[in-house]
Design a binder for this molecule. Structure first.
Ligand SMILES: NC(=O)c1ccc[n+]([C@@H]2O[C@H](COP(=O)([O-])OP(=O)(O)OC[C@H]3O[C@@H](n4cnc5c(N)ncnc54)[C@H](OP(=O)(O)O)[C@@H]3O)[C@@H](O)[C@H]2O)c1
Length: 338
C-alpha cells in the first residue's frame, strides 16, 4: 500500500466502500480513437495501486470489446475491484450514429448473460440501465434487474441518464445504488432535479465525462482539427467549429484557479465535481476516463484539492455560457425528457 491512495466513499446507502474516484474504461476500446492495449493495461494497474476500485464499462463499448479487454484484469484482482457494466444500448459498428435502446426483460436477460461471459465473472457488482426506452415502464425494467440481484448475477443496481421522476419510481421497486450521468463544469443540467432526488434517496452520483471528454483538461481544443476521423467527439456539437472556439475561451477561469492551486485545469475540473457534490450534500464517485498511467496519477491527486468559495464564484458561471448541447440528440438524456 502506498500513502498516495485516495479516500473511499460508499456506493449507495449501506453499500460497499469504493475509491472516491473510479476509472472510466470506455476509451480503452471505443469512441476516442486508437488506444495502445499495453498502456491501457498499465493504467488499470496503476489506478488500483492508487486506490481506484470502481471500474466502469458497458456492453456497448466496442460491441463487447471493452468488457473482454477488462476480463484478465478482473481475473487477477477480483476481490479488490468493483466492476460496473451496463445494458440497454447498442451501437452497430457499421452505423456509429445509430442507437438501439432496449429495456425489456428478455433483452436484459440475454444482455446480462453475455456481459458475465465477456467479463468472465460470476457477478457484475454494479449493473446499470444505460439508456431509457420510454416504451417500457421503468417498474418493469427495474423489476427484472431486481430478479438478477436475487439470482446472484448482479450485486447492486444503477441507472444512467434517468430523470428525477424515473429515479424515484425505480427506487420504489428496488434500491438504486448509483446514478451515472454527465456532470462537469460544462454540464450541470442534472443539478436541477436528478441530484436533489439522488440526495434524498441516498443514491451515489457517478458523474461521467467529468473532464468534459478531455476538453476541460485541454487534451483537445477542436475535435475536427485535433482528433482522428472515427472519434465520437467529432459528432458532438460542443467540440466543433464556432462552438469549440467559443467554449475554449470559457476555460480561462479554470486556468486561473489551476494556477492558484498549483494544479492542472483537469484537476480543477475534477475537484469542482467533488465540491459541487458537497454543496448538494450527496456522495459522489466521478469516473474520469484515461488510458495513461500518468494521467491516473494526476486525476487521483485531484481528490486532495479543496476549492474555495472564491474559486466556485469563478467556475460556477461557466456552464451557462457553453455553446452547443452535450449530445446532438438530447432525447436520450435525462434533460431531454425533463
Ligand atoms: N453512462 C454514459 O452514458 C456514459 C457516457 C460517456 C462516458 N461514460 C463513462 O464515463 C467514463 C468517463 O467519461 P469520458 O471518458 O467520456 O470523459 P472524461 O473522463 O471527461 O474525459 C476523458 C478524456 O480525457 C482525457 N484525459 C483524461 N485525463 C486527462 C488528463 N489528466 N489530462 C488531459 N487529458 C485527460 C482522456 O484521454 P486519454 O484516454 O488519452 O488519457 C480522454 O480523452 C467513460 O470512460 C465511460 O466509462 C458513460
Amino acid at each position: 500500500m502506498t500513502d498516495n491512495r485516495i479516500a473511499t466513499a460508499a456506493l449507495g446507502a449501506g453499500g460497499p466502500a469504493v475509491g472516491v474516484q473510479g476509472l472510466g474504461c470506455m476509451g480503452m476500446s471505443f469512441a476516442y480513437g486508437p488506444a495502445d492495449a499495453d498502456t491501457s493495461r498499465a493504467t488499470l494497474e496503476r489506478a488500483l495501486e492508487l486506490g481506484v476500485t470502481l471500474y466502469d464499462t458497458a456492453d456497448a463499448y466496442g460491441d463487447g470489446d471493452n468488457e473482454r479487454f477488462l476480463a484478465p484484469f478482473l481475473r487477477a484482482h477480483r476481490d479488490e475491484v468493483v466492476v460496473a457494466s451496463k445494458f440497454a444500448l447498442s451501437i452497430p459498428p457499421d452505423e456509429p450514429d445509430r442507437r438501439i435502446i432496449r429495456n425489456d426483460g428478455p433483452y436484459i436477460r440475454q444482455a446480462v448473460e453475455a456481459s458475465l461471459k465477456r467479463l468472465d465473472v460470476d457477478v457484475i457488482d454494479l449493473y446499470y440501465m444505460h439508456r431509457r426506452d420510454v416504451n417500457v415502464p421503468i417498474e418493469e425494467t427495474v423489476g427484472v434487474m431486481a430478479e438478477l440481484v436475487r439470482e446472484g448475477k448482479v450485486g447492486q443496481l444503477g441507472l444512467s441518464e434517468v430523470t428525477a421522476d424515473e429515479l424515484r419510481t425505480a427506487h420504489t421497486v428496488h434500491p438504486i445504488a448509483a446514478v451515472q450521468s454527465e456532470w462537469s463544469l460544462f454540464s450541470r443540467d442534472i443539478e436541477a432535479g436528478v441530484v436533489p432526488a439522488a440526495r434524498e434517496l441516498g443514491v451515489t452520483l457517478v458523474p461521467y465525462s467529468p473532464l468534459g471528454r478531455g476538453f476541460l483538461a485541454g487534451s483537445f481544443a477542436d475535435a475536427d482539427q485535433d482528433l482522428t476521423a472515427g472519434d465520437f467527439r467529432r459528432r458532438m456539437p460542443r467540440f466543433t467549429g464556432a462552438n469549440a472556439a467559443a467554449n475554449a475561451a470559457l476555460l480561462e477561469p479554470v486556468r486561473t484557479v489551476a494556477g492558484a492551486h498549483g494544479a492542472t485545469p483537469g484537476q480543477i475540473a475534477l475537484a469542482w465535481v467533488h465540491r459541487r457534490a458537497a454543496v448538494h450534500g450527496l456522495p459522489v464517485v466521478p469516473i474520469p476516463g484515461t488510458r495513461r498511467p500518468a494521467r491516473v496519477e494526476e486525476n487521483t491527486a485531484a481528490t486532495r484539492i479543496t476549492l474555495t468559495e472564491e474559486d466556485l464564484a469563478l467556475l460556477d458561471p461557466i456552464a451557462a455560457q457553453v455553446a452547443g448541447t452535450r449530445y446532438a440528440d438530447m432525447t436520450f438524456t435525462s434533460a431531454g425528457r425533463e
